[in-house]
Ligand binder design. Structure first.
Ligand SMILES: [Zn+2]
Length: 125
């Protein structure tokens, strides 16, 4: 059986849209060549998400444990759920006066308390 490259799609960690390709280290049987898997492509937002994120202050929902088995952490003990909200920078400054930069991670419980669950998340769900 001929061997072919294992070509997979990488997906944006935030919106789940395919945003690139990843070539696996191992060759696969050519009959499985188009069995493309969706693989984790890192926490860099895709251009669509980046555009949203650039519009304000970004709240990224994250747990301190993996949301799925094998999920890599984004920072020490930070495992984003993939949901995020972009809020007005001025409002963010009042709500999170100590947050440096343009984003912060929030616990799902806090997100719930803040009523973010009633707001449309940008992850498309
Ligand atoms: Zn995206």
């Amino acid at each position: 059986m001929d061997k072919c490259m294992d070509v997979n799609m990488t997906v944006c960690a935030w919106c789940g849209e395919a945003n690139g390709i990843a070539i696996g280290k191992k060759l696969v049987d050519c009959k499985n060549k188009w069995d493309t898997k969706m693989v984790f492509g890192g926490y860099e937002p895709c251009s669509t998400c980046q555009e949203y994120m650039d519009q304000g202050f970004v709240l990224m929902e994250a747990n301190d444990y993996p949301n799925q088995e094998g999920q890599p952490e984004m920072q020490d003990g930070v495992y984003p759920t993939g949901r995020y909200w972009v809020i007005d920078r001025e409002a963010a400054k009042r709500a999170f006066p100590t947050a440096p930069g343009d984003k912060c991670f929030i616990d799902p419980e806090v997100a719930e308390k803040m009523g973010l669950n009633n707001m449309e998340s940008r992850d498309g769900n």
